[in-house]
Design a binder for this molecule. Structure first.
Ligand code: GAL
Length: 629
């Protein structure tokens, strides 16, 4: 896990939008706010239920079920058609043609149109979503031999993806067909090198891959970002005047962690979920350390729900509740992937748990932060808009686990009562200091908690990740994201050596942790609260009438004595408010305070200096970082 500072590499990964110095304060919030995702989008998608075997009857039946069961009123509004809807790209005008045999209402004359279907969904009070790919071809064409409803015709007619047709297709989807959401997959810029068997066989045109999911070195990050930015710009042109959602599907590859939040409304953090316990854990693990990368307008997407199927079916309701609780508290979009024609009362109780859904849809938009972590149990704590907290206590294993929840996990005082409401059983509890509990195998207990907060006159930044944006997180050499593809993937089974851990290291900013999930510790003093981020970073913080910022700043003990010093700066709306002396490894953290009266955007800059180029980037600690009234 060596993080080398290589100046030449910096040019590769600087955010494209930040012409010049990425550490230069701008006084602006740079994460995406375009489109409409103030809270995580909710709804239904055809893929997990039907794969590409999708048709109008299935889509409408699920839409009707959303309305009839009251789920739509709870927020499940998006009805999304995934892969499998297209027949071909007509030549020579390039218009996309819908498979009308499967979507009869689209047969509206010479030019098939989804408008009757989207009109119908809109009339039901719902929203409509469509699917495309950033390359020339779709995932099904490239990766799935027995894919139903493959596009048909000549090589050109089967090029149904956006590549070379961005404006034309986005205009068609949003202006003509009136869709409200688009999910843009990335297989077309990943799987069609000249030597691919299907290219050799003359089925598809080669497109030199921009993405290699196994190698960031072989990935053209800026080219991928540029393609997605062009789609975003086209959506703004054709639908900028109304609500829309732009969903990125790059499975955590192409360093999308660092830029997806600036470009789209939701961004996939991992490869496809399966209805398998271990795979659900894999997807979960890809979002748990990313709380600072999710905000109103741009969410981490752990993939669609598999509640109702396989390991999360009627016979496994504990597992189903866990999957649903975790996605909710981590602010992943709640997109049902179940054939709702088969919905049972037990499953409806899960999708329809109003209080759990409310955690996901909470207006403050704070993804839960990992407050306790082990291979067996994890606690996720989320700060809610009304000042209360929610905590999910999760047993990852197949045996019971004894755990102790403390007031400290909730950043509440141990000397005062904490009132808890169990959001699955409805039971109320009270404790002072500590609460011992036993988690059943695979169980998640979710409490809403009120008590006396440790910081009565303000908030810790790590309690407000939705207000903190790592505009530049100091990761100069992007290494693999923690996409821990360790499950058995259905398409290769257990052939070969398996999918090895890709935990090569990831130095992104973390709440209550140092980069790489290490402890926040400066000069041997441990802090349970704060922000950890590599030097050479700039965090943007939305202020809300707080008048003072304080933090204890220093070089984290995971750094190295010879890796240089860090100077910490606090900026307010583009003006320097406070600066620390250069801090070296082993020096105690020191208080840095600034008057933030009237400031809208605070920027926290950690500048590294004097590092030997052969040494890792020094980790910066903003311990106890807080905004005070
Ligand atoms: C995958 C994507 C899935 C689904 C599928 C369709 O790349 O992650 O969610 O959309 O393609 O072929």
């Amino acid at each position: 896990m060596i993080r080398r500072v290589a100046l030449c590499a910096a040019a590769l990964v600087l955010p494209l939008s930040a012409a010049g110095d990425p550490l230069a304060p701008t006084g602006r919030w740079s994460a995406n706010t375009a489109g409409h995702a103030p809270v995580p989008p909710m709804g239904w998608n055809s893929w997990n239920a039907f794969n590409s075997d999708v048709d109008e009857e299935k889509v409408l039946a699920s839409a009707k079920a959303l309305v009839d069961t009251g789920l739509a009123r709870l927020g499940y509004r998006y009805v999304n058609i995934d892969d499998g809807w297209w027949l071909k790209r007509r030549q020579p005008d390039g218009r996309l043609i819908i498979r009308t045999a499967r979507f009869p209402s689209a047969a509206t004359g010479t030019d098939p149109s989804f408008r009757p279907l989207t009109d119908r969904l809109h009339a039901m009070g719902l929203k409509a979503g469509i699917y495309s790919d950033i390359g020339r071809n779709s995932c099904g064409q490239i990766y799935t031999p027995d894919f139903k409803n493959q596009p048909e015709g000549t090589v050109a007619e089967r090029e149904v993806g956006l590549y070379g047709h961005v404006d034309q297709d986005i205009r068609l989807f949003f202006a003509e067909w009136n869709f409200d959401l688009i999910k843009v997959d990335g297989c077309g810029v990943r799987g069609l090198p000249a030597e691919a068997p299907r290219v050799r066989a003359g089925l598809y045109r080669a497109l030199p891959p921009l993405i290699d999911t196994q190698s960031l070195g072989d990935t053209n990050i800026s080219a991928v970002r540029t393609l997605y930015e062009a789609v975003g710009a086209a959506i703004r042109r054709h639908a900028g005047h109304r609500d829309y959602v732009f969903s990125l599907c790059l499975w955590g590859s192409a360093d999308v962690r660092s830029w997806g939040k600036d470009v789209g409304n939701m961004s996939r953090t991992s490869d496809d979920i399966q209805p398998v316990w271990a795979r659900m854990l894999t997807n979960l693990d890809t979002v748990t350390h990313r709380a600072l990368y999710a905000h109103p307008g741009s969410w981490n997407d752990a993939d669609m729900l598999f509640v109702g199927s396989g390991a999360f079916d009627e016979a496994h309701l504990t597992e189903a509740r866990s999957h649903f609780s975790l996605w909710s508290i981590l602010n992943s979009p709640l997109i049902i992937g179940y054939d709702l024609r088969k919905l049972t009362p037990a499953l409806l109780t899960i999708f329809g748990n109003r209080e759990i859904v409310a955690l996901n849809q909470d207006a403050a938009g704070n993804q839960a932060v990992l407050a306790y972590d082990s291979d067996q149990a994890q606690f996720f704590v989320k700060s809610l808009a009304d000042g209360s907290k929610a905590v999910a206590l999760f047993n990852r294993t197949a045996t019971p686990v004894d755990v102790v929840l403390t007031a400290g996990h909730l950043k509440m005082l141990p000397t005062r009562d904490v009132a808890l409401r169990d959001l699955w059983s409805g039971k109320e509890h009270r404790f002072r200091g500590e609460l011992p509990l036993t988690l059943a195998p695979h169980e998640t207990i979710v409490f809403r908690a009120t008590g006396a907060r440790q910081l009565p006159d303000g908030v810790y930044l790590s309690e407000q990740p939705g207000r903190v944006n790592p505009a530049f997180d100091g990761v100069l050499l992007p290494e693999a994201d923690p996409t821990i593809h360790r499950s058995i993937t259905p398409w290769i089974g257990t052939r070969g050596g398996g999918e090895h851990v890709q935990y090569a290291g990831w130095g992104g900013a973390e709440a209550d942790r140092a980069p790489y999930g290490k402890l926040l510790r400066v000069a041997r003093t441990e802090y349970d609260t704060g922000i950890g981020v590599l030097a050479g970073s700039r965090l943007e913080v939305r202020n809300a009438d707080f008048r003072r910022f304080t933090a204890r700043v220093g070089v984290n003990d995971t750094g190295l004595p010879a890796a240089g010093t860090i100077t910490f700066e606090v900026w307010g709306d583009g003006r320097l408010l406070a600066r620390s002396p250069a801090k070296a490894f082993g020096e105690p953290a020191e208080l840095l305070a600034a008057d933030t009266t009237g400031v809208r955007i605070l920027e926290l800059v950690a500048r590294g200096a004097g590092a030997r180029p052969d040494l890792p980037t020094q980790p910066a600690t903003w311990a106890d970082a807080a905004l005070l009234r």
